[in-house]
Design a protein around this ligand. Structure first.
Ligand SMILES: *[C@@H]1O[C@H](CO)[C@@H](O)[C@H](O)[C@H]1NC(C)=O
Ligand SMILES: *[C@@H]1O[C@H](CO)[C@@H](O)[C@H](O)[C@H]1NC(C)=O
Ligand SMILES: *[C@@H]1O[C@H](CO)[C@@H](O)[C@H](O)[C@H]1NC(C)=O
Length: 382
């Protein structure tokens, strides 16, 4: 008897340690998925969609062997749900707070559906979450502060929703965040200090205001892409901005910038494309832009620039697109831009240039009426 109970004890311990090594399917994952599903309007779940195929009463979504059994939209790591990537079937509903029980979840992608309501604060209990993509839905309300407690978040894409309020100060604390896309929401206010590890910052189509402060971009040594077009940013874009060491593409079009200060840079600068169109930038075309060794696309269209087009732009071998139309530029355009074999596309039209040859594509549309130009330069309209 004694021996038998000893045997059981050792056997039980053995079984217990085996179970610890290969965890059994978690039933809490199944009930979290069931709550997730029940928060979606069943009339928006088409029969051919992923969610229509979810039925875990017969089998756990992570059970093995998975050769004969694959659950659409889910993947597992050992026996726990590790990612949810829904198909864009037009699902409508809310994001159930129960999602937070999927404690091993590292990817949640619900893009191109019609989820609405707030982003649940309970997301903070997903410490393994690396990618959160809720792009193109109808989420509203502020960015929940609980996102601040996702230390492993690398990609946050909440673009094309109806999120509102200012960008919170805790954003800067997301130490691993490399891609942030909040474009086309209703975000207001100034840029706070941004996460240090960012490669891509996209905030197009919001209502951001104020000037770009050095403080917000301090230490962003990996930042390659800045998409801030269609906001209400104002003030002068200063020299420090062009010296961010990894910068490649900048879009600040359709804002209210009034000035730009461009430094002369060395051969390590990697800036390829700059779009500052549709602002209120006054002064001259910054000649220092020609010092950017890889500059290929430049737009300063529809601003208030005056004076001549820097002659060096005509010799800039890397330049492929140049939009300077809709300003008050004067003089003769550089020969290198408007000669027959120039490889540059774009426009120098709607300015006050003289002798822009009609044979060059760049010279369309036509220049401003002489009266408009002479008034702009303080002369009397003729
Ligand atoms: C789910 O699967 C069980 C067992 O195979 C089955 O009895 C049940 O009808 C299924 N439910 C739905 C909604 O298809
Ligand atoms: C800026 O606004 C103009 C006019 O509304 C629009 O045509 C253009 O696509 C916008 N450009 C960018 C880069 O947002
Ligand atoms: C051109 O760059 C130099 C060196 O960075 C700077 O001192 C100068 O002010 C710049 N010129 C303009 C017109 O901004």
């Amino acid at each position: 008897m004694k021996n038998l109970s000893f045997l059981c004890l050792s056997l039980c311990l053995l079984l217990k340690s085996a179970a610890a090594r290969r965890p059994l399917p978690s039933s809490s994952d199944v009930s979290a998925l069931a709550s997730f599903l029940s928060a979606i309007d069943p009339s928006t779940i088409p029969p051919w969609s992923c969610l229509a195929s979810w039925n875990f009463s017969a089998s756990h979504p992570c059970s093995l062997p998975r050769r004969s059994f694959f659950t659409c939209g889910l993947s597992c790591s050992s026996s726990r749900v590790s990612s949810i990537t829904l198909d864009p079937a037009g699902y409508s509903g809310t994001l159930s707070p129960s999602i937070s029980s999927l404690s091993l979840l590292s990817l949640l992608d619900l893009s191109d559906n019609s989820f609405s309501g707030p982003i649940p604060p309970s997301l903070s209990s997903l410490p393994n979450l690396r990618t959160l993509v809720l792009r193109s839905n109808r989420f509203s309300g502020p960015l929940p502060a609980s996102l601040a407690s996702l230390p492993n978040l690398e990609t946050l894409d909440l673009s094309y929703n109806s999120l509102s309020g200012p960008l919170p100060d805790w954003l800067g604390s997301l130490a691993l965040l490399s891609r942030l896309d909040l474009s086309f929401n209703r975000i207001t206010g100034a840029l706070p200090r941004l996460p240090r590890n960012l490669l891509e910052l996209a905030l197009r189509g919001n209502s951001l205001s104020g000037s770009l402060s050095r403080h917000a971009f301090d230490g962003l040594n990996r930042l390659e892409v800045v998409e801030l077009g269609q906001n209400s940013l104002s003030g002068t874009l200063e020299q420090w901005f062009f010296l961010l060491p990894s910068l490649q593409q900048v879009n600040l079009a359709n804002n209210s910038l009034t000035g730009v200060q461009v430094p002369r840079v060395d051969s390590r600068n990697g800036l390829v494309a700059v779009d500052l169109g549709f602002n209120q930038i006054g002064g001259y075309v910054p000649g220092n832009l020609t010092s950017f060794p890889l500059l290929s696309s430049l737009s300063l269209r529809h601003n208030r620039l005056r004076g001549g087009i820097p002659a060096e732009l005509g010799q800039k071998k890397t330049l492929r697109r140049l939009f300077l139309d809709g300003n008050y530029l004067t003089g003769k355009p550089p020969e290198g831009l408007v000669s027959g074999q120039a490889p540059v596309s774009g426009s120098l039209g709607d300015n006050c240039l003289q002798g822009c040859p009609a044979s060059s594509r760049l010279c369309a549309p036509s220049q401003k009426p002489v009266a408009v130009c002479s008034q702009a330069y303080g002369g009397k309209p003729k």
